[in-house]
Design a protein around this ligand. Structure first.
Ligand code: ADP
Length: 809
């Protein structure tokens, strides 16, 4: 704009000079004066040429005059119009004829109030000075113009000749100026109202003015700022800093952008300041314009962003996790790591499902779709085959990135859980193994907390106590013990809990669901937390009820055996003593007795002279008693030998009828003494028996002897025999006193005598029946009796029938 104006000015000056020259020359020529340097007089051709070129120049000048962009008016020194160009005609709005010869003030285009100024300027021009003025006209056609007029004098031969006036149409410029003025007003309003603070300082950093907004901050009115400095508003340090900035900007003459501290109301904020050096007309810096605005919030936000960025960077760079940003098509937008061959350059821009096996891919995409659909975070586990690394297991969390309402991308955070998974799998396997063991073992595994409340029992408990594990867990262990046991176990637990000791083979009674007592053999170890505090016990219980019972039984039996063997030992030693006694009796008694009997018999048989009746009677008594004694001694010896198995039995075929007959005969005198008849009921042709004759006789003797002893006088004894199966059965029946029920079981026992008085009376030993039984047994026969008190008894024995028949012997 400025340059444009300058150029125009220059052009106008040039044109004026030219016109002056042309005009002068034309006039000179008209008056026949030759112009030096213009035409060469000597040569006519030259002159002609000169004339032509002159004409040419005139034409040129004329055309410049006519076609000039500015209006050009020639005036006489009095102000009459001599000539006008086309532009001037256009401005004035008339024809040449209408204008030429008229005084310029009479053109009826100027406002009356401007006329004096116009005339004043005319005077000025004539006095030799240039004149420049702006004026407003309304031309003949009614159009309004703003004009800038400059006029100067044209002198001819040093005398004032004419005046040339250049008239420029500045209507547009004026209008623009008006608009500008209007807009300047607006700008001022803007300056006053924009949130930015604006101030103006002079070269010495002294405030000249500021907008209301800034004044408000400083708690003054805008017109109060003039003459003040920053020292009056800010802490010294800050004011100094502002001044230094001002100086620098004014010295360099360059605009500066400064972000700096600012303290309105004592509160520290941050501002962005633009300091602009203000230049004077000569281009020298005369002051400084400042405009600044609060960027505290922006800074905060930036800080936040920065922090966020730092966080993100540190997170993504330092984490072991793989962090990816993935769009809704599953395409990786960002990845923080290189995995094996997969560098970020290779992976970014490719779909994520390329990196997992097919069956996993669909799982992964399902989860991704879900996040995009629900905008809620999700997670899943997945494996991937990474070249150079192998199979890697990931636990991935998918978090939507919400931008407004729509989700464009998600963040996927994948933790490598391969190691953990291997450990977990191993753990699972070993857990399974142990579970199997726990659940199949015949023992019950249990866990209690520190209060003795069951926290676990293995299913085996059902077999042991009849309860399902669910019926037990949550209840104190004491609930399943008999009352007397609880006290014992409570005390026990108190002790081991205190020292956190393990225990083993604790015998502990429990009660089965069905009410029976169950003895458990329990071992346990304390369970401790990381800090070593007791949290409970874990152990194993075994049902030992049955074992215990067996043990007790064995113990009992062993005791019994021990006792018995002791008794046996005792008996043995007794037996030994008895043997010794019997031996003694046999040898020390029988030998002298044999002599007594022999001598007595000799004495009686020979009827020695001098033996009175009285004496021989006494000798008979000695003989009888000795014989009885001998019988007793023999019986004792028989029994002892039988018991010791030292007896020799000779089994031969025997005619039992003969033996019975002979025996009864031998006892006849004894029966006769008591008037007892012994009847024989023995069939003639009995089969032969296999037995030892001497012993059979002894048994028969014994039974018939007893029958006589326990029968009343004048009674009858029947001795009978007959075949029974493979045996011959021999019976001795009496009508005697009989045997009471109490005595019956003991009749065959050693030394037994049912009635002491009767035994005493008959002088028995209680060894007879015992000896009989042993003898019959030896001969593979059987013995027994039937009896009823007061009616009589029947004693019987059997002997095996011999294979050898009668007549074969
Ligand atoms: P003892 O040698 O003392 O007779 P035994 O062994 O022959 O001993 O008999 C035992 C006991 O059995 C006798 O003391 C007697 O009490 C009873 N007894 C034996 N035979 C008869 C019988 N025929 N009638 C009644 N009691 C008998």
């Amino acid at each position: 704009m400025y340059k444009g104006v300058l150029r125009k000015k220059y052009m106008v000056e040039k044109m004026k000079e030219r016109l002056k020259d042309v005009h002068m020359k034309t006039n000179l020529r008209k008056s026949g004066i030759k112009i030096a340097g213009d035409v060469r007089e000597v040569d006519i051709t030259e002159r002609k040429k000169a004339e032509e070129s002159l004409r040419d120049a005139e034409e040129k000048a004329k055309s410049i005059f006519e076609k000039a962009n500015d209006g050009i008016v020639y005036l006489s020194k009095f102000g009459e119009i001599l000539d006008v160009n086309e532009k001037a005609l256009e401005i004035f709005g008339g024809t040449k004829n209408e204008l030429l010869g008229k005084h310029f003030t009479r053109l009826n285009i100027f406002s009356i109030k401007d006329i004096p100024t116009l005339l004043g300027n005319l005077k000025k021009i004539i006095s030799g000075k240039d004149a420049l003025m702006n004026t407003q006209i309304k031309n003949k056609k009614g159009r309004e113009f703003f004009l800038e007029c400059s006029a100067s004098l044209i002198k001819k031969n040093g005398k004032i000749s004419n005046i040339i006036a250049i008239i420029r149409d500045i209507t547009e410029r004026k209008q623009a100026e008006a608009v500008l003025k209007e807009s300047e007003k607006k700008y001022r309003t803007l300056v006053e109202n924009i949130p930015q603070k604006i101030f103006l300082k002079d070269r010495n950093s002294v405030y000249i003015s500021c907008n209301e907004n800034y004044a408000w901050d400083l708690k003054i009115k805008a017109d109060e700022i003039a003459g003040k400095t920053d020292y009056e508003f800010y802490p010294k340090k800050l004011a100094e800093k502002y001044r230094a900035d001002d100086k620098r900007v004014m010295k360099s003459g360059k605009i500066e952008d400064i972000e700096e501290e600012y303290i309105p109301d004592g509160e520290k904020t941050f501002v962005h300041t633009i300091k602009v050096p203000v230049k004077g007309e000569r281009g020298n810096v005369i002051g400084m314009l400042g405009i600044f605005w609060d960027i505290t919030e922006k800074r905060k936000a930036e800080n936040e962003i920065q922090k966020g960025k730092e966080k993100w960077t540190s997170l993504t760079e330092n984490t072991d996790d793989i962090i990816m940003i993935v769009d809704d098509k599953g395409v990786i937008q960002y990845i923080n790591k290189t995995l094996g061959n997969y560098t970020p350059e290779k992976t970014v821009g490719t779909p994520i499902y390329n990196y997992v096996p097919k069956e996993q891919a669909s799982t992964m995409m399902k989860h991704l779709e879900k996040v995009f659909k629900t905008s809620e975070a999700d997670s899943y586990g997945i494996s991937s085959n990474i070249p150079k690394v192998g199979t890697v297991w990931f636990n991935t969390k998918v978090v939507p990135i919400k931008n407004g309402k729509k989700i464009k991308d998600v963040i996927m955070i994948s933790a490598n859980v391969t190691k953990r998974r291997i450990i977990e799998e191993n753990l699972k396997k070993s857990e399974e193994k142990f579970r199997n063991m726990v659940e199949t073992t015949s023992d019950c595994i249990w866990e209690v907390d520190k209060n003795g409340v069951y926290t676990y029992v293995s299913p085996k408990i059902k077999d042991i106590l009849g309860y399902e594990p669910e019926e037990i867990v949550g209840k104190p262990q004491f609930d399943f013990m008999p009352k007397d046991e609880v006290k014992k176990i409570v005390n026990f637990f108190k002790k081991i809990k205190k020292n956190r000791k393990p225990f083993a083979s604790l015998e502990n009674w429990n009660v089965h669901k069905n009410g029976t007592r169950v003895l458990l053999e329990t071992s346990g170890v304390p369970l401790l937390d990381e800090r070593g505090n007791l949290i409970g016990y874990r152990g194993i219980g075994r049902n030992i009820t049955e074992r215990k019972r067996m043990e007790e039984k064995i113990e009992h039996t062993t005791m019994g055996y021990l006792q018995q063997s002791e008794e046996i030992e005792k008996l043995k030693s007794l037996d030994k003593e008895k043997d010794e006694f019997l031996n003694l009796m046999t040898h020390e008694l029988r030998t002298p007795l044999t002599s007594i009997i022999g001598m007595t018999e000799i004495l009686l048989s020979k009827k020695l002279d001098g033996l009175t009746n009285e004496q021989s009677k006494s000798l008979n008594i000695v003989l009888d008693e000795s014989m009885h004694l001998k019988k007793i001694i023999n019986r004792i010896l028989t029994v002892v030998r039988l018991e010791k198995g030292k007896i020799e039995i000779e089994m031969k075929p025997l005619d039992i009828s003969n033996i019975i007959e002979a025996t009864v005969k031998s006892l006849k005198s004894m029966a006769d003494e008591r008037d007892i008849n012994i009847a024989l009921e023995v069939p003639e042709k009995l089969p032969l028996v296999k037995a030892d004759k001497g012993y059979v006789v002894e048994v028969l003797n014994n039974l018939i002897d007893n029958a006589i002893k326990f029968s009343p006088r004048k009674s009858e004894i029947i001795v009978s025999a007959g075949v029974k199966g493979k045996h011959v059965l021999i019976k001795v029946k009496d009508n005697g006193i009989g045997i009471d029920e109490k005595s019956k079981p003991h009749i065959f026992e050693k030394f037994y005598q049912s009635d002491m008085s009767i035994s005493k009376m008959y002088g028995g030993t209680g060894l007879g029946l015992y000896a009989c039984k042993l003898i019959i047994q030896k001969m593979k026969g059987d013995s027994g009796f039937t009896s009823s008190v007061g009616k009589g008894s029947t004693f019987y024995f059997s002997l095996p029938i011999s294979k050898i028949k009668r007549g074969e012997v």
